[in-house]
Design a protein around this ligand. Sequence first.
Ligand SMILES: Nc1ncnc2c1ncn2[C@@H]1O[C@H](COP(=O)(O)OP(=O)(O)OP(=O)(O)O)[C@@H](O)[C@H]1O
Ligand SMILES: [Mg+2]
Length: 450
Amino acid sequence: MKITTKINLLITSWLLVILLLVNAIVFFFFMKTTVNMEENVLFQKAHELLDKNKIPKSLTLNQVTLQSYMSSHSFIRIVGPDSKIITEVNNYKLLDRIQPKFTKHEESELLPFSEHQNLVVRVPIHLNHQVIGTLEIGELLTGLEGRKDLLLAIMATVTGISVILSLLAGRWLSNFIMNPIKSMISTMEDIEQSGVPKKILIQNETKDELQKMATTFNRMIEKLQENIDKQRQFISDASHELKTPLTVISSFANLLRRRGIKDEEIAKEAIESIYSEANRMQDLTKTLLNLAESEHLEGIEKQPINLVALCTTILNQLQKVYKREINLVEDGSTPFIKGNELKIKQVIIIFLDNAIKYSTDKIDVFVESNQGMAVLRIKDYGIGIREEELENIFERFYRVDKARSRETGGTGLGLSIAKNIVKLHNGEIKIQSKENVGTEIIISFPLAKI
Ligand SMILES: Nc1ncnc2c1ncn2[C@@H]1O[C@H](COP(=O)(O)OP(=O)(O)OP(=O)(O)O)[C@@H](O)[C@H]1O
Ligand SMILES: [Mg+2]
């Protein structure tokens, strides 16, 4: 069943239940008050009759007198202590069915027969402080019948109209709710068929949950599109990066093919270039694999790592290889973090490698703990990064100075890899840099609970 039909049926049935309940209550009170009113009229009539006419001990009364208290479809009778009728006037034969009854207390009775309501009231007749008989006045409630039928007709009509209106309103309401959802479904189907992300058209600014749903969907599509674009850019950048060494290799190989190895000078140069470009390609593919891997490290094994000890080892190794002054400054807190040692080592090397490549002076490394975080700061006094470049350097393949990077041999992937790994360890990277002054990288990780 469609959701619109469901909403419609649910609202209408609920309304119907409420209406029937209200109708029943109204009907009940209407009947009760009307019968009460009729009862009061009959009691009044009985008392008037008894007050104005002295009933003898024989309980006989002039028929003409009684007739003057009659209305159409009624009877008046005087009943003796043995419940036998002594005097009676009756102009509606059916009322004969009501049994006479002697009673010492006032009472009334509602008797339904032949589809009509009949009311009878009984009032005791006193003589010398003794009850000698009962005056009974009975009446067919014709007025009540008419009013009851009218009330039922009104109620049926109102209920019918309400149900129709509710069905119409329910349809309008469910269409109102469902139209944006329908449009979303059709957009999603379009996306499914064409494979192209597409936004939902938001026609009016309703600021409701549906609009929120549509805007959230659109934001999601925007992100998806962004990711697809990034992916495309990545493939195009990666192929471009691979194309450059391949072109060099292919042209030198061609040179060797044409000129042969007779010209030893050229042959040597060609072989050297082919070798170095092939190495470059090898490095690049390794880095690319590394990057791909860094994006899927969720289930990686983590253990407590002593940051000071790890930095000391790395610094000793790098100092030997690069013959550069790298100082380790620690605040004595010996912070431990929880992580994968190999990956954390890779992050530190990526930043130190940059510091070494993009500066010639000394490099300072600080290890501290601050507000529940282990903080690692790598500070160089080199070329620095212009402020407008700072947001780009974490992009894959992004290098500020492409020509210089070719000399230094970078691929522009280091920071992307580092960012992925730090994010996986719930860490954060901040950069402070000034052109020709230097760069400070601040990496913080949550302290491990040991
Ligand atoms: N300490 C630094 N000082 C100045 N520029 C820097 C520094 N660190 C990064 N950069 C700039 O950011 C760019 C991106 O750095 P990233 O480490 O991602 O790539 P890369 O060093 O060029 O190559 P690799 O993939 O080999 O690390 C660098 O090319 C450089 O322009
Ligand atoms: Mg680098």
